[in-house]
Ligand binder design. Structure first.
Ligand SMILES: C=CC1=C(C)c2cc3[nH]c(cc4nc(cc5[nH]c(cc1n2)c(C)c5CCC(=O)O)C(CCC(=O)O)=C4C)c(C)c3C=C
Ligand SMILES: [Fe+2]
Ligand SMILES: [Fe+2]
Length: 369
């Protein structure tokens, strides 16, 4: 095997540090062709669909890639903005804000947004960082809850890229932050903001992306991490547990996925006489097709069809200031020891102080965790 060509080792060159904020990915355009190419890469990943390739490939190429792109493209068209796909726009913005947050605190770290499927791809992003002399990379997936289907797939890609490189960067990985106090605080603040502006619903529905139930039985911690996020958020809001409903959305295919499913649960609430609900998707850190179309259009419609009157959609964290602070804090925790502070004399001490301050802040927010 040939290794990728790379710049020769340069004596004395400072080891640059970078963060790669990696999200799932999205098509280049809301057209059947672009969606087909995106779905081919996404659904061809054995982490995402765990059916043996001999069985899955004919179904994917013979049926799904012939029918689904046209249907999904229409849905994408309904949420597309002049800037493009919301998922990409928000992830790019988050990377920019995280970069500013770190710069303001004196940390010399490049921040790049990348996508696991589609563009800007991880391979191209890592090649560019390497060409810039970056030798230490923190990989920060945009998924608070770990799942083999998402988080591990980002890691696979990093390992595949590394396998073709001669001088492999030093890696650090954030596997999860489902219980990070600032992430929970950002969610709680955004719920309270919504209640202040629109009134409080009778129930708060927390809808997470689903995964096949089988993955839970086989050891994927995703379900448990969603439960913990939901519990901590319920506690942070001071809500009695019976006012909150945790559900799973976006089921794909015919297998049993994690239950309860979002849409039938919301329909059942309306049928029981609940007239006003608020719905939030805490597992999605950027608004995207699955939140803007499925939750804010399809599920809203299903609720109001059967007598529901008020359906409050609470947006994802997107560019929320507390969320950016959470990303900053998570980054600093994982960068510790890499000494990213500008100016060398005080760097190690400064880094320790920054960490101590962020730990103290986290403690005051999440004393019960
Ligand atoms: C077997 C299929 C799928 C699994 C498992 C799965 C897990 C999973 N996905 C997300 C986050 C997102 N998924 C998004 C879109 C999307 N997801 C699937 C299938 C599975 N997801 C498909 C086929 C699609 C594409 C749209 C469609 O055709 O229905 C998105 C939105 C992307 C966008 O462009 O806006 C996100 C985000 C998580 C977190 C997850 C497991 C925990
Ligand atoms: Fe998905
Ligand atoms: Fe569980």
């Amino acid at each position: 095997m040939a290794f990728r060509p790379e710049p020769a080792y340069q004596h004395g060159r400072k080891a640059g540090t970078a963060i790669v904020l990696c999200n799932l990915g999205t098509p280049d355009a809301p057209t059947p062709e672009a969606v087909r190419s995106y779905l081919r890469e996404f659904l061809g990943d054995p982490r995402v669909v765990e059916i043996p390739p001999m069985l899955w490939k004919p179904i994917l190429h013979g049926i799904i890639l012939r029918t689904r792109p046209a249907v999904s493209a229409k849905k994408y068209a309904s949420i597309w903005t002049p800037e493009g796909s919301p998922l990409l726009t928000w992830t790019l913005r988050q990377a920019e804000l995280l970069s500013q947050w770190l710069q303001e605190r004196g940390h010399d770290v490049e921040v790049r947004a990348a996508m696991r499927y589609g563009k800007p791809g991880l391979d191209a992003t890592l090649d560019a960082l390497k060409a810039d002399g970056v030798q230490r990379i923190l990989v920060l997936p945009a998924y608070p809850q770990y799942s083999g289907t998402t988080t591990a797939s980002v890691l696979d890609k990093i390992f595949q890229w590394s396998a073709e490189v001669r001088s492999v960067p030093e890696w650090r990985f954030v596997n999860r932050y489902h219980d990070h106090p600032l992430y929970i605080e950002a969610l709680a603040r955004s719920v309270r903001r919504h209640w202040e502006a629109n009134g409080q619903g009778e129930r708060l529905v927390l809808s997470f992306h689903g995964v096949p139930e089988r993955t839970h039985t086989l050891g994927d911690p995703y379900h448990c991490e969603c439960r913990k996020t939901a519990r901590l958020l319920t506690e942070a809001l001071g809500l009695p547990p019976d006012r909150v409903l945790m559900t799973f959305q976006s089921r794909f295919g015919k297998a049993k996925w994690l239950e309860p499913y979002t849409e039938p649960s919301v329909v059942a609430l309306a049928q029981q006489g609940v007239r006003h609900i608020d719905v939030m998707c805490p597992g999605f850190t950027s608004d995207c097709l699955e939140t803007l179309e499925e939750i804010n259009m399809e599920v809203r419609h299903a609720f109001t069809e059967v007598g529901g009157e008020r359906y409050g959609y609470i947006p994802c964290l997107n560019d929320d200031a507390t969320w950016i602070e959470a990303l900053g804090d998570i980054s600093l925790q994982h960068l510790a020891g890499w000494n990213t502070l500008k100016g060398n004399a005080e760097a190690a001490r400064g880094e320790q102080e920054a960490l101590a301050a962020s730990a103290a802040r986290a403690r005051t927010l999440g004393a019960t965790q």
